[in-house]
Design a protein around this ligand. Structure first.
Ligand code: AMP
Length: 258
């Protein structure tokens, strides 16, 4: 496995790979089994797998966790080497944005709800960085997790609107044994909050079997009574979406209700 940190080297390597198919897995690092499941899928779809690791300042709001977001590059590289990933692209912020990136605005219909409300500009930042990675890496396929389902919708819409020559492959949510969706942010949770967090999936699973608008409300109350601050619990795209804060940690999850 080779680590690439500059745009110049990426371009040189990309030119050498002209006859190969390429799968990209974009991540912000602090990798866990959820990310690694995306790598497994990527490896089945192309000759070469490239994982990007980049904590993108454009997608964080001023009061969010950009500066304290976990950065564990050395360990991430070990995990990816074990998975036989071909290349890791991990540029610094200065390096990636050394040339001004084309700004992409996310589709308003998709981004004006759920996480888009609490995180204004978030999906524009995501779209801009993903489009830049697509420009630089020119992947044939890119894998995105359903954990961030609204992000997946935003990226799929961007690809079709801009007619980008890349196929987006969705990946199912990978969970801890107690059901909590794996996330780099789970490590922020205190021990009691980590236990409490299992109730998110428990309640989503219950809603899947007992879906009604009324039950959305009662479930929201239930989670709040348990001590979470529920930002939203709503149905869209035949799924139920939740964002909840436990202490200062904001977790998201979703489940298909069909
Ligand atoms: P992140 O590093 O959090 O930006 O995530 C990078 C990619 O991994 C995104 O496409 C996420 O949706 C995906 N991902 C993160 N956690 C999980 C999970 N538990 N299961 C499946 N995919 C995930």
């Amino acid at each position: 496995m080779k680590l690439i940190t500059t745009r110049k080297e990426l371009l040189e390597i990309r030119n050498l790979l002209y006859s190969k198919t390429i799968a990209l897995v974009p991540t912000m690092g602090a990798l866990h089994k959820g990310h690694l499941s995306l790598v497994d899928i990527a490896e089945k779809h192309a000759d070469i797998t490239i994982v990007s690791i980049f904590v993108n300042p454009l997608q964080f709001g001023p009061n969010e966790d950009f500066s304290k977001y976990p950065r564990t590059l050395e360990n991430d590289i070990k995990l990816l080497a074990d998975k036989k990933v071909d290349y890791v692209f991990a540029p610094s912020v200065e390096e990636l944005y050394s040339t001004e990136a084309k700004k992409i605005t996310a589709n308003v219909e998709i981004s004006n709800k759920l996480c888009g409300l609490a995180r204004p500009g978030h999906f524009d930042g995501v779209s801009t960085v993903v489009n830049l990675f697509f420009e630089l890496i020119e992947p044939d396929v890119a894998v995105f997790g359903e954990k961030d389902y609204q992000q997946l919708m935003v990226i799929q819409e961007m690809v079709s609107r801009l007619k980008l020559p890349v196929k987006i492959i969705p990946a199912p949510i990978v969970r801890e044994p107690d059901g909590l969706a794996m996330s780099s942010r789970n490590r922020y949770l205190s021990e009691p909050d980590r236990k409490l967090a299992a109730n998110i999936y428990k309640e989503l699973s219950w809603l899947k079997e007992n879906f009604s608008v009324e039950n959305l409300e009662t479930t929201k109350d239930k989670l709040e009574k348990l001590g979470m601050q529920v930002e939203y619990l709503e149905e869209h795209w035949d799924r139920v979406f939740v964002a909840a804060k436990l202490g200062t940690t904001r977790l998201i999850d979703n489940i298909s209700i069909f």
